[in-house]
Write a protein of this length. Structure first.
Length: 95
C-alpha cells in the first residue's frame, strides 16, 4: 500500500479513537497530507473504507490494515526515542 493511503487510514483510526466518528473534515485535520476524492476512491475500491457523504468509516479489512499501520508507526516512534534518543518532534517526523 502507498504511504499516502496509509496516512489516510491512520488519520481515520485516530479520528475514531478520539470519538470524532468518521467525519471527513475531522479526518482531514488529522492527516498529514491532503485527502482528495482519488485517494478516497482508491480506499473504497480496495474495500478498506465505506462512505456515506461526508461520513467515512473503516471496513473490517480497513480496520485491520489501519491497526497495522498505527502499530508500525508507534513501534518506529518508540525505537527512535528509546534506541536513538531522539526528541518527540523528530521521532514523529521520522516514524
Amino acid at each position: 500500500m502507498h504511504k499516502p493511503l496509509e496516512d489516510i487510514l491512520e488519520a481515520i483510526w485516530h479520528t475514531d479513537e478520539a470519538g470524532d466518528g468518521g467525519d471527513l473534515a475531522a479526518i482531514r485535520q488529522r492527516c498529514s497530507m491532503e485527502i482528495g476524492e482519488d485517494e478516497l476512491g482508491q480506499l473504497t475500491g480496495q474495500g478498506l473504507i465505506a462512505r456515506d457523504g461526508e461520513a467515512v468509516e473503516l471496513t473490517e479489512d480497513g480496520r485491520a490494515e489501519a491497526r497495522g499501520v498505527v502499530r508500525r508507526h508507534r513501534l518506529a516512534a518508540t525505537l527512535f526515542g528509546t534506541i536513538l534518543d531522539m526528541d518527540a518532534d523528530k521521532r514523529e517526523e521520522l516514524a
